[in-house]
Design a binder for this molecule. Structure first.
Ligand code: ADP
Ligand code: ZN
Ligand code: ZN
Length: 748
């Protein structure tokens, strides 16, 4: 058998290739024979998924071994040896490595950058994958010296020797506790060969078991769902858990995780950015004594490394995280859960490597032979399409746990009613009625700030943002104008900067609604919930508490109100404006609007009382609203999927987008126009565009896109494989930032 001599290493660089290196040379090899033995020993130690330190030009870089091979395309004498192997076992196990290679291929992105995206920064820089402790002990010479009472002139060193002689080994932390400032003494003793220090993997203490939660008796539909998935543990199967908020989905997750743990396996739970609430983590901690680790974007580098290590070591057997946790190490993976699978935050749509964590989770489950459960009250149309074509199995939780009746939804025609500060008379009357009956009211508006525009009625000036094709939003309490697209922030002018006439705020944001409601309902306590109020996690908690305790009676908020906390006393939900999503150039915007409406409506009447939902619109005859009202989300989804089929949009076709941005207005389009000219299109691949983005200028840069569409995924990929290397070296590419987005979910 020939041992592999060549290792293919991924480096964090925007290059679509691997780099070959040779087996490391044994450090103390004196003769060729010894070197050969050294090579054998080293060769056995290197496996795909381990990090290595390699020379690259004048640099030394940390890379990841992707494969071992017997030979290279380059002559062996031109290859350099690996300098050092950084891991004792693969950092990325075979299943995860296969997933990452798949992702590099599918998203047509350089493998080195894909692997880099999967690892915490400290690990990319070479930090140890295991938590280590510094352990100190005596050498035999040290023991003899201590017995002789040495060193006589150094009391601190003598004290340290005596301390160590009385114990087998101690950690640096223990030393610090007992002998302050021991460092110099220890170093001196070490130099004489009397003490040793070693790094050993630390054993994490068992987590405190706060687990006291009793599991409730499952409803029949929950039992069916748990059973269907648990029968598949040990093999791949994809399931959709379709149930409205409050129907008991989380309880199903908990039961399945319990079964997985009982079989000695671990579970990976992915949640959207906004869904990772202390309540959700709390429910897992309450139910399980097993340690869990939480991975999200707000962690510091050190916290992320610690969380990653506790997953990698197998200590944490429940891994809960947002998008990038799909790459987390989970030894002995038994199940993947994706909660709120329709949520847009699962899609990484920035930077170079753009991926869907939901879709990758399905691939990971497949590669790891484990079942995956995709939960949502409003599954993505792609997901429902996969149910229709038999790839996924749907499990339904049709009812809320504590309530039989779904809320009544009605439209309010804004053209036929008096409207005050954006709130129609019927909506105000309904609020009075529900408040009078001791109910709570939720008022939803997906726009923060006081008003979206500041207008000069004399000259028509409308608070434009200097760096965006957008208007600055009025933030009255802060006395600022702010751009929600680029973050520009300036004092609120009192007079028109153009003509000096008076200006006035036009339109409504949550801040203005709050003000209006305080006037309409004096003495009724109110809570506002949006990104301006909630700067920290704790703010959200306290707002939620005021609502759930019943102290506050009205909740005004953006999208933020649709997730998390349970408000059993909310009996009325008022949606102030449904019309933003009705007429958009993005073919996905009806789906998003329907999801938002259903999620918001789901907040009404979760207790024993039936809920009422009022949706204000200027287009009460819009087919989307009508199908949603008449047949609910399922009916809407059927209609919307038919429309997608007729227009051959995804999931009935495959899309990719090349997106560009540039400082110069013509550059963004220029590169795409050049790229288009280089396309040799097969019959079933179409190019759409290039076009400037609907909001072309954002944060001082101009944006454009070119869409690539095909009914067949393989045709699309074959085309991209041939085309990308042609457009990469284009001179016009150097004037822009550009990225490829496969399966884009937001078009502009
Ligand atoms: P979802 O995740 O779909 O919003 P949850 O699992 O959070 O639903 O359930 C909603 C509420 O009902 C929670 O308070 C939960 O503890 C409770 N619950 C869930 N399943 C049951 C059950 N079988 N019996 C009693 N209460 C339940
Ligand atoms: Zn003016
Ligand atoms: Zn701006």
């Amino acid at each position: 058998m020939t041992l592999p001599r060549v290792y293919r290493v991924a480096l964090d660089m925007p290059l679509r290739r691997l780099f070959d290196y040779l087996t490391p040379v044994a450090a103390d090899a004196n003769s060729p024979a010894e070197a050969a033995r050294g090579e054998d020993a080293a060769a056995q130690a290197i496996e795909p998924g381990m990090r290595v330190l390699v020379p690259f030009g004048r640099q030394r870089l940390v890379g990841l071994v992707v494969a071992a091979a017997a030979s290279s395309d380059l002559p062996l004498e031109r290859l350099k040896p690996i300098l050092a192997v950084l891991d004792e076992r693969p950092l990325i196990d075979a299943g995860a490595l296969a997933l990452l290679e798949w992702a590099a291929d599918y998203y047509l992105h350089p493998i080195g950058e894909v692997l880099a995206a999967a690892l915490p920064k400290s690990l990319r820089l070479g930090a140890s994958a295991v938590d280590t402790l510094e352990q100190w002990g005596l050498t035999p010479e040290g023991r003899e010296a201590q017995a002789r009472g040495e060193p006589r002139r150094a009391p601190k060193q003598r004290q340290l020797l005596a301390y160590l002689a009385a114990r087998d080994t101690v950690t640096a932390d223990e030393l610090t506790a007992d002998i302050p400032n021991w460092g110099d003494a220890a170093r001196a003793l070490k130099a004489r060969g009397w003490v040793t220090a070693a790094k050993i993997p630390s054993i994490e203490p068992p987590a405190p078991t706060g687990a006291t939660g009793e599991a409730p008796e499952l409803a029949p539909e929950q039992r069916t769902a748990v059973q269907a998935v648990s029968e598949e543990i040990g093999k791949f199967g994809a399931f959709v858990l379709h149930g409205v908020t409050g129907s008991g989905k989380t309880e199903v997750y908990l039961r399945l995780v319990e079964q997985v743990l009982r079989q000695g396996r671990s579970a990976l739970v992915l949640v959207p950015e906004i869904g990772l609430t202390p309540q959700l983590v709390g429910r897992f901690r309450e139910r399980f004594a097993d340690p869990l680790c939480v991975l999200h974007s707000a962690l510091t580098d050190h916290e992320r490394l610690q969380a990653w290590r506790s997953a990698y070591s197998g200590h944490a057997r429940i891994v809960i995280g947002t998008r990038s946790a799909v790459f987390a190490p989970v030894p002995n993976l038994g199940l993947i859960i994706v909660d709120e699978e329709h949520d847009a935050s699962f899609k990484q749509h920035e930077g170079g490597f753009r991926y869907s964590a939901r879709d990758l989770a399905v691939v990971r489950a497949q590669r790891s032979n484990v079942p995956i459960l995709l939960g949502s009250a409003t599954p993505a149309l792609e997901t429902l399409h996969n149910v229709e074509n038999g790839r996924y199995t749907r499990l339904t939780l049709p009812r809320r746990v504590e309530q039989a009746a779904a809320p009544r939804i009605a439209l309010i025609d804004l053209r036929n009613h008096a409207v005050q500060a954006g709130i129609s008379t019927p909506a105000v009357q309904a609020m009075q009625r529900h408040l009078g009956e001791e109910g709570q009211v939720l008022v939803f508006l997906n726009r923060r700030g006081y008003a979206p525009t500041l207008l000069c009625t004399a000259c028509g000036w409308i608070s434009p943002c200097r760096d965006c094709d957008a208007r600055m939003t009025v933030h009255l309490s802060a006395n600022r104008l702010r751009c929600h697209h680029c973050g520009a922030d300036e004092p609120l002018p009192v007079r028109c900067p153009q003509c000096g006439f008076a200006v006035k705020p036009v339109g409504q944001g949550t801040e203005r609604i709050e003000e209006a409601l305080e006037k309409m309902f004096p003495g009724v306590a109110l809570v506002r919930l949006d990104r301006d109020v909630v700067r920290r996690r704790g703010d959200m908690e306290s707002a939620m508490k005021r609502m759930s305790s019943g102290e506050a009676r009205i909740l005004v908020g953006t999208q933020m109100v649709t997730k998390g906390h349970d408000f059993p006393n909310v009996t009325l939900v008022v949606v102030l404006n449904a019309d933003q999503g009705l007429f958009s150039s993005d073919f996905r915007s009806p789906e998003r609007l329907a999801q938002t409406l259903v999620q918001v409506a789901g907040r009404a009447g979760r207790g024993t009382r039936a809920g009422e939902v009022l949706v204000q619109t200027e287009f009460p005859g819009h087919p989307l609203l009508l199908s949603l009202l008449a047949e609910g989300y399922d009916g809407f989804a059927r209609t919307a999927l038919l429309e997608r089929q007729q227009a051959s949009w995804p999931p009935f076709s495959r899309l990719a987008a090349v997106r560009t941005s540039a400082k110069a207005a013509d550059a963004a389009l220029g590169f795409l126009t050049d790229a288009r000219k280089l396309a040799r299109l097969p019959r079933n691949v179409k190019l759409l565009g290039p076009v400037p983005a609907a909001m072309s200028k954002r944060a001082g840069r101009y944006h454009a896109q070119l869409l690539i569409e095909s009914p067949e995924r393989t045709a699309l990929h074959r085309f991209l494989d041939g085309w990308l290397p042609l457009i990469e070296p284009l001179p016009s590419a150097r004037r822009v930032r550009w990225a490829l987005d496969v399966d884009p979910i937001e078009l502009f």
